[in-house]
Structure formats: structure tokens, C-alpha cells
Design a protein around this ligand. Structure first.
Ligand code: AMP
Ligand code: MG
Length: 366
């Protein structure tokens, strides 16, 4: 459940991340509601007419959100075992990537900024390379070194929330540059060459965890599943009565869907939204996606839902497209093979990329 800090000023709200997308085997998403908690097919008996059951497993508090795995058409005991293994994989990845754990690889890299290169696992090095590819692709809109700005923006969490000084933002902005992150394949190290530089994989890590959890299932021979973490989904196969239906959370109406679609060939569907974590001060919304060009939360985008062949790419690209905004963001989507998106701008206008237009069912606004 999302939590509101009621003791804050009436103009200020700070929400914990909530699951953005309904991941479900629902036949009719609309009638099933959109809260992450009741996510449609809730248990082994969720599809009375469909023969073999859908088995569902949920674990909360992973990477600051809830992860859920749904498996169709497997013997329940086998499915449950696979779900536990997949969720354990997410927990393992969180230990490596969390900036909140002193012993994570990310924290070690940050602590050693300007001091020394840090040996990290090939997996983390790979992920940093993937992040760099998306930085390149997006002209730096996606940039894991945005995190130099994180300590400054923590003032939003004070009571009452406070905006940082312009000078502090400008100074920290000078430390944001993905090109300066040194990755050495041979030595197996990552290095931040300047004091105050930091990385945070919050814009790509959940997608990576979702992909790896999916691999755990695939290796066990499971073919029909959804893995979801926060707003990131990976879909494989189908439920027995048809394709998995995926709901898109309405960005302004909590618990309501904006539309739905399916991914019959499988793939990832990921959302970045300004409603995941935000504070409102004097009518302006300050949220968790930072524009590296300004050093400030992005303006002019409300939500981006994006599909790609895998969740790691989808996660990073959804954040990148969110930063770029509807126009440049759509251009990036259109020129990237296998990637489609639904973009909601600051005025709630919805744009759908060319390959998805006929496949998304948007509800009339009610
Ligand atoms: P998402 O919900 O996937 O869009 O990711 C949002 C998270 O990405 C934030 O909580 C930050 O950890 C991280 N982030 C924010 N701004 C950026 C950025 N410009 N580039 C890369 N990661 C970012
Ligand atoms: Mg992302």
C-alpha cells in the first residue's frame, strides 16, 4: 500500500513507490481494478474456466517495491518453488546494487570516488555498460551519475520539504557526466574519478532484476509467466485462455487504469511516472526523475510506458524518454528497433508510437 505522510504541510506529499502496472492474468483488466495489491489473478484458482491454474507469488520490500511472479499452466508445487527461486534472485541483485546498503557494489564504487578503482562482479560491470549504452543513445538524458545530485535533493524529504539552493544544484550538476565513469573490463573495475561523483542504478536496476528473475524461471523450463517489480514487467508465453493482459496505470487516478494491451510475442513493459515518488511545493511537483541538463526534476512529462525485448533496456529507456520529453523522447523510440511507447505529457496529452497505435486499448477518460 502506498503511504502518505500526513504530518507534512497540506501542499506537500511524499509517496513511497507503488506498483505502477497491473500484472495479471485478468480476462477483463478494467473490471479487476488496478491496485498492485489485488493484481488480478490472485491465486491458483483465479481462472475457473481455464484448466491448469495461475500461481502467484509476491514479495514486498525488494528494491523499495513489491515484486510479483505469476506462472500459468504448471503444477502448483513446482511453480511455487520456481517463484521463490526467482524472488531470491531479485534479493541477490538488490544486495549488489542498493545504494542504501554500505556493502553493496554501488556503495563501494561511490565511497572510492577519486580514490581508487573498485573491483566489481562481471554482472555489475555489464549492467554499467548497458547503462552507458543508453546514455549514449539518449544523448545523456539517462545518466547513472545523476546521483551526485541526490544528496542535495534529499531536502525534499525534510519536514517541511525544502528546495535546494540554485548554487548547490549548479555545483553538483558539474559532477554529473556518464562519460567520466571509468569501466575497465580487463581489470574488472569501475572508477569515479572525482570527489563527489556518485552512481545510482535506480533507473535500470529493477529491469535487470526482472530479467534475471525471468531467466531463473526459463532455466527451470517454465514458459508462461509474468515477472513484475514496481512498474517493470517481463512477459513470456501466455496464460492458457489467451495472452496476458497488461494494464497501464492512470497517472493521476490512483488505482485506475488508463488502458490495456498485451504482448503476444512476449517482452518487457515498463513505466516511469512522476507519481511514483513526489513532493508538491507551492503547486509544483518535484519527483524522482532528474534531468541531468538542469539538475532538477523533469518538467513536461507525466508518464512513459515503454516496451522493449528485455526489461533492462525498457527500464533505462523509459527513464531516458521521460527525461527527453514527448517530442525528443518519441523520436528516440521511433528510431530504436523493437521499442514502442505511450507518452503522457504535462497536459495529459497521450502520444503512442507508430508500432503500438493499433495494439493499445485506451479507455475514454471518465
Ligand atoms: P524509473 O522509475 O525507472 O524511471 O527510475 C527512476 C529512478 O531512476 C530514480 O529513482 C533514480 O534512482 C533514477 N534516475 C533519476 N533520474 C535519472 C536519470 N536522469 N538517469 C538515470 N537514472 C535516473
Ligand atoms: Mg527506468
Amino acid at each position: 500500500m502506498p503511504i502518505t505522510w500526513n504530518h507534512l504541510l497540506p501542499t506537500a506529499r511524499y509517496l513511497l513507490p507503488t506498483a505502477l502496472l497491473l500484472m495479471t492474468g485478468c480476462g477483463d483488466c478494467r473490471s479487476q481494478g488496478a491496485s498492485s495489491g489485488d493484481g488480478g489473478a490472485a491465486g491458483p484458482d483465479a481462472e475457473p474456466d481455464a484448466g491448469p491454474p495461475i500461481v502467484d507469488g509476491v514479495r514486498d520490500g525488494l528494491m523499495g517495491t513489491e515484486f510479483r511472479v505469476s506462472i500459468a499452466g504448471e503444477e502448483p508445487a513446482r511453480a511455487r518453488e520456481a517463484i521463490e527461486a526467482a524472488l531470491d534472485e531479485v534479493a541477490r541483485i538488490e544486495r549488489a546494487l542498493s545504494p542504501y546498503r554500505d556493502d553493496s557494489e554501488v556503495s563501494r564504487i561511490n565511497r572510492a570516488a577519486a580514490l581508487e578503482p573498485v573491483r566489481v562482479s562481471p554482472e555489475t560491470l555489464d549492467l554499467l555498460e548497458r547503462a552507458r549504452e543508453v546514455s549514449e543513445l539518449s544523448g545523456g538524458a539517462f545518466d547513472v551519475t545523476f546521483a551526485a545530485l541526490s544528496p542535495i535533493w534529499r531536502s525534499l524529504r525534510e519536514d517541511p520539504p525544502r528546495l535546494p539552493a540554485d548554487e548547490a544544484i549548479d555545483e553538483a550538476r558539474g559532477l554529473v557526466d556518464w562519460r567520466r565513469l571509468e569501466l575497465d573490463r580487463e581489470a574488472g573495475t569501475a572508477f569515479l574519478p572525482r570527489r563527489g561523483m556518485r552512481i545510482d542504478l535506480g533507473g535500470i536496476g529493477k529491469g535487470h532484476a526482472v530479467d534475471r528473475a525471468g531467466e531463473v524461471l526459463t532455466k527451470r523450463g517454465i514458459e508462461n509467466f509474468i515477472v513484475g517489480g514496481g512498474g517493470d514487467l517481463l512477459v513470456r508465453g501466455r496464460k492458457l485462455s489467451g495472452p496476458w493482459r497488461l494494464g497501464i496505470q492512470h497517472p493521476r487516478r490512483r488505482g485506475e487504469l488508463m488502458g490495456e494491451l498485451d504482448l503476444p510475442e512476449g517482452g518487457a513493459l515498463v513505466t516511469s511516472g512522476d507519481y511514483e515518488r513526489f513532493v508538491e511545493i507551492d503547486g509544483t511537483r518535484y519527483h524522482h526523475i532528474i534531468d541531468p541538463r538542469t539538475g532538477r526534476p523533469v518538467r513536461g512529462t507525466t508518464a512513459v510506458t515503454l516496451t522493449a525485448p528485455n526489461a533492462t533496456l525498457a527500464d533505462a529507456l523509459s527513464t531516458a524518454v521521460f527525461v527527453l520529453g514527448p517530442e525528443a523522447g518519441l523520436a528516440l523510440v521511433e528510431r530504436t528497433e523493437g521499442v514502442e511507447a505511450i507518452l503522457v505529457d504535462g497536459e495529459m496529452n497521450v502520444t503512442i508510437s507508430s508500432g503500438l497505435r493499433d495494439r493499445v486499448q485506451l479507455y475514454e477518460s471518465r
